[in-house]
Design a protein around this ligand. Sequence first.
Ligand SMILES: Cc1cc2nc3c(=O)[nH]c(=O)nc-3n(C[C@H](O)[C@H](O)[C@H](O)COP(=O)(O)OP(=O)(O)OC[C@H]3O[C@@H](n4cnc5c(N)ncnc54)[C@H](O)[C@@H]3O)c2cc1C
Length: 296
Amino acid sequence: MYEGIRSPAVHMPKTMSDLVSASTRFPNATFWAGGTYIMSRHEYYPTKNSNDIIYLAQVPELKRINRTDRYLEIGSMVTFEQMLTVGKQVLPGLLYTTLDRSATMIVRKQMTSGGAICTNEIRLALPCTLMALQAEVEIKTCLGPKTETKWLDIHRLYTRQGRLQLKKNELVTRIRLGFERENFSYFISSGDPMQNPHESVILSFACFYNQSVINRFRLCLSFPTSLLLVPQEIDMMMQGTLLPLSSSQIDRVVRSVMEEILASSEHEIPPIQLERARGFVESAMHELNAQSLSER
Ligand SMILES: Cc1cc2nc3c(=O)[nH]c(=O)nc-3n(C[C@H](O)[C@H](O)[C@H](O)COP(=O)(O)OP(=O)(O)OC[C@H]3O[C@@H](n4cnc5c(N)ncnc54)[C@H](O)[C@@H]3O)c2cc1C
């Protein structure tokens, strides 16, 4: 039964320079973080042409969480559970809620920040929230001695359809977030995004305001296999708007998001996803109103 099956070689670098050299020498190898996504794919092993594996868990730099004066930096091998232990005081509320509501406790102990943003075919909760929080990611392009490192806005990792744009020899090493905290956040995910991604929708929303005047309004919607959208016009449209929003302003937000969804998708979106997206955006606006009224 296993005739012709090729066992993959597993490389286990212990330093960043070993990691760079392994990925330069084996450009087709698969980076293995927590393995939760890789192992959930059909027939990931054994196959006739299994890729070699580069196991990332033994490189200390990838497992660190750092606070500087301006940023919170999270290594790509930090697990969801470890991020949660950093706590609500340090993490943005939207990020804390996202991590807390993802998968189960056992899976959260295994899945990593880097693995969650680098899944190939599907865009789940963490990238959606990091887009709403305007995070940056550090990318290392492994080219032996000429290795390059750069910071990118996270949205540049993906196409509008949510497809990952990393090359084979590119590795995510850190995620960076500023310390400005949103005044209001809203996270919701419907359906089971792993089992039934074509019906599922994820919304992450962060609103920054000062004395009831909105100065940043960042909303991100993920239709896990077809669209990852930060509606651009709304952020501009809402800047300077006074809270609470009127019914006509809420209608305008919902209409504008739905128009951008339809204009951005390459394929027809199933009605259940459209309906869920509409409902989520509307509920987020009502919750925002409720919070702003309760602060008066
Ligand atoms: C039972 C179950 C339930 C789940 N429920 C949820 C949920 O409710 N919400 C949700 O958002 N997600 C959910 N997930 C999915 C989960 O988000 C992914 O499985 C997980 O984030 C992948 O992380 P990992 O560390 O295990 O990555 P891996 O599986 O190791 O890797 C995933 C991909 O990323 C690549 N990769 C990993 N690290 C890097 C790096 N540093 N640089 C470049 N490429 C890299 C790998 O090569 C691979 O292609 C669930 C998963 C399971 C198994």
